[in-house]
Every structure is written in structure tokens, then in C-alpha cells.
Design a protein around this ligand. Structure first.
Ligand code: SRM
Ligand code: SF4
Length: 564
């Protein structure tokens, strides 16, 4: 007997291509919220209803409804933003949202704290800035990420062009977005078509990312579909195709787990769109629509078998993928400071702690970036490590940019400790409804303590990937952190250790459900050993395995790694 479809599938099917009763809900002045069903549809439009969790208890006591507001997420393929867009996004942050712009781990912007009656003008303002929020969330292909690689200009151009093409090709086609938010002409839903998605879209979210070795700054193996560019003498030969990556898991439920993508072959550029569409289509048809917690592509693969999935894909494509080509990643994370591209233009990577651009006390980063956008003549690139690159700067403009960066205290990246330079934290409290513990707000307190411990062992400069998540959903990709904290409850985390520095090995739990003192107590002796026993250039995660601190994991997750 086949399992019944999940309630979410019913809502999608009845929604008339994502319309539901959103318009009526938005117009209802009695509440700051919308209905539960519409909430699910709203995600496809790039927004989540949230409430300020810091105020929940107080408002409950006062018999008030929660302080509802909405988070909006832009769909910005490859994370490229023009200065004009930056200024528009900054204005939206100050006029419609909570005064901050949040760079996400998928190189786009989020706005938090938009109240219901401002949702429509906010989305219209994003649209006028030539951007969109459609498909930034929901059961569709989300924003396609690509390496913002500032050095190899031609390679970046390839990666960005493909990210934009894939994102456009795989975007939802419904006119509902225009009708609801942009006063577009009303269509009868029945007349509409979603050629790829159909009326019920995908079983679950779907993520695509492009990496250019040796840099794995997007965590290509965490994507449902990861594409690894193969470039020889400046020519893009094609992409190795990795499928089934994903981070999300639930505490205490071994049927959910993080998984690294498996490399299934190589596609030439002229095959790429068909291959991407094919993978999405097989997942659309084979993915689990009864149990959302098992609906991601990674579970489809483990349930049906990688070989069966590949055979189905190739049968639909009408050709076989070529064998995977050699590739090698040697690092993750961003390089701070100025770099010069092959085309002679300059690029400045700025470190933005947890991706939050706001003016708080003496730290006026929102203003700083606004002033940069007012004079900058190139573009900006957001990174999957929540940083920003002031890209394509001509030599004579560098001094002016430097002055603004210094004036606003945005020049820390190069001076920071190794662990601070490589720290990523998800949003968590107070906006994330799923957070079990603090993350973004905890990072500033945790980092100095970790830095002090590292400094005691002469490890201030050691580049260690630190990932913090407020729950096991893994929005900071914590299972790929050399050190990671995954929230369990207020002030308590699983301490996970032992991923590598290239995003190709998952970490594992070292201490379960512990507080900060226990975390630091567990790490200090490991830092001490690392300081004296490591091999030259050996990374912390690799050391922990070689030294026998961690057992090598027999993992379904290790990708087929191909090295030259
Ligand atoms: Fe995420 C859900 C924030 C990247 C896995 N994620 C959420 C929600 C929307 C909470 C919710 O469902 O109510 C969070 C909103 C918090 C807030 O207040 O803003 C949220 N996720 C984020 C962001 C903003 C984290 C950040 O600090 O930057 C990232 C936005 C990315 C973007 O621009 O699209 C973000 N989320 C990720 C990533 C990393 C990635 O994709 O590279 C992952 C792990 C990769 C993956 O998808 O497997 C991730 N988010 C999840 C999951 C677990 C999915 C799963 O398969 O189990 C959830 C929960 C869910 O979908 O049910 C989730
Ligand atoms: Fe929220 Fe959990 Fe994602 Fe952090 S990892 S943003 S707490 S869903």
C-alpha cells in the first residue's frame, strides 16, 4: 500500500499554482499573521512568517498575539549585486525591515522584521531593483550559488553565467507572484502551466551550486546538485556532476542525516541544462511526497540506489554521462583583502561577522557598505561564507575604497585570527522558528574564548573552519566544520569535530549536549596536542583523525573523490 501524501502536498495541489488565499490573508487587518496553509505557500514567494522569540513569553502573558513579522529572501544567482541594487536593498532594510541586511550562507540577502502590511511594497521595491524573491524558498530549485572567485576572472565569468542561466531556467513560472505582489493582470490558475514542476512542484527544496577547483568556497558536496567545473587553459570543458548532498538532520532520529554529494559523471556545457533539469525531474517523480523529513534528493538516492537513479536519468536524457574527470579541492573559506584578477581588476574581500550588516553602537557596517555602494563602479559579490567582495575595482579607485573601509572598521578580515576568519553562524534566535539555541548572537561571545584557548598554544593564526548552528537543520553547513556546534537547547550544543578543510569529509559528534565550559574543556587538550604533534601544514580536522582522536567514519557520505 502506498503511504498517503503529506498535508503539504494537498496544500500545493489546491493552491492554484501558489495563490492559495494569500491575497485575502494579506488584506486581513485583524491579525499580523496569515493562515498556516498560506504560510507554506508564502515560502515559494521567498518569505517566511516569523515572530520575535525574545518577546514571545511577555506577549503571551499580556494576552497579545506573537510579534509577527516576515523574513524576505532575494533570489540572487551567484551572489552578484550591482551598486544600484545595493543602495535599493539598503533602503529597504532601513525603511521596511529591521534596519539590517543579512548575507546568507547561500550568498544572498535576507531582510527580517517586515510587518504584514509592508510585505507587498517591500517585494515591489525588490522587484524595482531588478531582483526577485520568487523561488528563494519553497519546494523548488532555490538560488543557484557559484564561486565568487575573485582571482580567476574568466573562470568566475563562466561560473556566474551558468549560475544565472540555471537559476533562470529552473525558476517557477507561475504568474501568481506578479498578481499578488506586483499588481499583475489576474490569470485563471487553470490556464497556467509549470512545465517542469507541475502543480505540486518538488517534494522538497532543491539546491544547486557551482565550484571551481581548487576552491570549494560554496561547499559543493552539500548541494542537491553540485557542479564542479573542469577548466583547462581557460577553456570550460564541462562539469563533474555530484548529486545528493544535504545537511539537514534531526536530533535522535538516525533516519535523517547529513550526506555529501556523490559524483556520478561529467557533463559538457551543452549538456548541462538538460542534465540539471533531468536530475530535478527524476527527483520530482521519485522523491518521497508522504514524509517530508525523507523527501530530499539524498534520501531518494539512498532509498532507490544511486545506480538506479543514474540509469533513470540517463534513460530520460537519451545519453550517458561521461566518466568523471580529475579534480582536486585544496581549500574552503574566503581570502580577505585585495586580490588582483587575471584581467587586472582588483577585488576586496571584507569579513562580515555572521553576515549581519547593521549599525550597532560604534560598528556602522550598514552605513559603511552604503557609502561604498555610492562610489563603487564595479559590482559586489556575496559569498557562501557570509562575506562580501567589493569586486571589479580599477586601480585608481582603490585608495578611495580603502579609506571608506578603514573609516567604518570593515578592514578586520586580514588581521583576525585564523578561526575568526573561517567562522560561519546561522541566524537562529530571535527570528528563526526552529532554533533550539543561539548561533549568530552567540558567535561574538564564543570567538574570544576560542581565540584565547588557541593563543595559549600558539595557534592564533591556525585557519580552522568553525560552524555554528542553532539546531540540526544545518544552515551554516555545520557538518562540514572542523569544529562545529549544533544547538540542542538553550546554551547547549553537540560539539562535532573532524571535517576536513576542503568540504569533502563530514565531522562527527565528539561531545553530546554540552555547555560552553564543557566545550572549551574538551577542545583545550586537543589544541595542545595539535600545537605540538601536527605535521607541517596539517589541518586541525585531519590531525584529529591521524592522531586517533576520532575514528575514521565508515560513511555513506564520502563522495567518489577523483584526484589527478
Ligand atoms: Fe536554512 C530552514 C535560514 C541555508 C538547511 N533556514 C531555515 C529557516 C527558513 C527556518 C524555518 O524553516 O522556519 C531559517 C530562517 C532563519 C531566519 O530567521 O532567517 C533558515 N538557511 C537559513 C540561512 C539564512 C542561514 C544563514 O545564517 O545564512 C541560509 C539561507 C540560504 C539562502 O539564501 O537560501 C540557510 N539552510 C541553509 C543551508 C546551507 C546551504 O544550503 O548551503 C542548509 C543545509 C543544506 C541543506 O539544505 O541540506 C539549510 N534550513 C535548512 C533546513 C534543513 C533541510 C533538510 O533537508 O532537512 C531547514 C528546515 C526545513 O527545511 O525544514 C532550514
Ligand atoms: Fe534556524 Fe536551525 Fe537553520 Fe539555524 S540551523 S537558521 S536555528 S533552522
Amino acid at each position: 500500500m502506498t503511504a498517503p501524501l503529506s498535508d503539504f502536498e494537498r496544500i500545493k495541489a489546491a493552491s492554484r499554482y501558489l495563490r492559495g488565499t494569500l491575497e485575502q490573508g494579506l488584506a486581513d487587518p485583524v491579525t499580523g499573521a496569515i493562515s498556516e496553509d498560506d504560510n507554506k505557500l508564502l515560502k515559494f514567494h521567498g518569505s517566511y512568517q516569523q515572530d520575535d522569540r525574545d518577546l514571545r513569553e511577555e506577549r503571551r502573558k499580556q494576552k497579545l498575539e506573537p510579534a509577527f513579522s516576515f523574513m524576505l529572501r532575494a533570489r540572487l544567482p551567484g551572489g552578484v549585486v550591482t551598486p544600484a541594487q545595493w543602495l535599493a536593498f539598503d533602503r529597504i532594510a532601513r525603511e521596511y525591515a529591521n534596519g539590517s541586511l543579512r548575507i546568507t550562507t547561500r550568498q544572498t540577502f535576507q531582510w527580517h522584521g517586515v510587518i504584514k502590511r509592508r510585505l507587498k511594497p517591500t517585494i515591489a521595491a525588490i522587484h524595482h531593483a531588478l531582483a526577485t524573491t520568487i523561488g528563494a524558498c519553497g519546494d523548488v530549485v532555490r538560488t543557484v550559488v557559484s564561486t565568487p572567485n575573485p582571482v580567476e576572472s574568466a573562470a568566475h565569468a563562466h561560473a556566474y553565467a551558468w549560475a544565472a542561466r540555471l537559476s533562470e531556467h529552473l525558476a517557477p513560472r507561475t504568474r501568481a507572484y506578479h498578481e499578488i505582489w506586483l499588481d499583475g493582470e489576474k490569470l485563471a490558475g487553470e490556464a497556467e502551466e509549470e512545465p517542469l514542476y507541475g502543480a505540486t512542484y518538488l517534494p522538497r527544496k532543491f539546491k544547486i551550486g557551482l565550484a571551481i577547483p581548487p576552491l570549494n568556497d560554496i561547499d559543493v558536496f552539500a548541494q542537491d546538485l553540485g557542479l564542479i567545473a573542469v577548466i583547462e587553459q581557460g577553456e570550460l570543458l564541462g562539469f563533474n556532476v555530484a548529486i545528493g548532498g544535504g545537511m539537514g538532520a534531526a536530533h535522535g532520529d538516525p533516519t535523517t542525516y547529513p550526506r555529501l554529494g556523490s559524483v556520478i559523471g561529467f557533463a559538457t556545457p551543452d549538456q548541462l541544462i538538460a542534465v540539471a533539469e533531468g536530475v530535478v525531474a527524476v527527483q520530482r517523480d521519485w522523491g518521497n511526497r508522504s514524509e517530508r523529513k525523507h523527501a530530499r534528493l539524498k534520501y531518494t538516492l539512498d532509498h532507490r540506489g544511486l545506480d538506479a537513479f543514474k540509469a533513470e536519468l540517463e534513460a530520460r536524457l537519451g545519453f550517458a554521462l561521461e566518466p568523471a574527470r580529475a579534480f582536486r579541492f585544496d581549500h574552503n573559506g574566503d581570502r580577505y583583502g585585495w586580490t588582483q584578477g587575471q584581467d587586472g581588476r582588483w577585488h576586496l574581500t571584507l569579513h562580515i561577522e555572521a553576515g549581519r550588516l547593521a549599525d550597532v553602537g560604534a560598528r556602522r557596517w550598514l552605513t559603511g557598505l552604503r557609502e561604498l555602494a555610492q562610489v563603487h563602479r564595479g559590482d559586489f559579490r556575496l559569498t557562501c561564507n557570509q562575506n562580501v567582495i567589493v569586486a571589479n575595482v580599477a586601480e585608481p579607485d582603490r585608495a578611495g575604497i580603502d579609506a571608506l573601509v578603514r573609516e567604518h572598521g570593515l578592514d578586520g578580515g586580514e588581521r583576525y585570527s585564523g578561526i575568526r576568519r573561517h567562522a560561519v553562524a546561522c541566524v537562529a534566535l530571535p527570528t528563526c522558528g526552529l532554533a533550539m539555541a543561539e548561533s549568530e548572537r552567540y558567535l561574538p561571545a564564543l570567538l574570544p574564548r576560542l581565540e584565547a584557548a588557541l593563543a595559549r598554544h600558539g595557534l592564533r593564526e591556525a585557519p580552522i573552519l568553525l560552524r555554528l548552528s542553532g539546531c540540526p537543520n544545518g544552515c551554516s553547513r555545520p557538518y562540514l566544520g572542523e569544529i562545529a556546534l549544533v544547538g540542542r537547547g538553550p546554551g547547549r550544543y553537540d560539539l562535532r569535530l573532524g571535517a576536513d578543510f576542503t568540504g569533502q569529509r563530514l565531522n562527527r559528534v565528539y561531545r553530546e549536549n554540552v555547555d560552553e565550559d564543557a566545550i572549551l574543556a574538551a577542545l583545550e587538550p586537543l589544541f595542545a596536542r595539535y600545537a605540538v604533534e601536527r605535521d607541517e601544514e596539517e589541518r586541525f580536522g585531519d590531525f584529529l583523525l591521524r592522531a586517533g582522536v576520532l575514528e575514521p567514519a565508515p560513511s555513506r557520505a564520502i563522495p567518489l573523490e577523483v584526484t589527478p
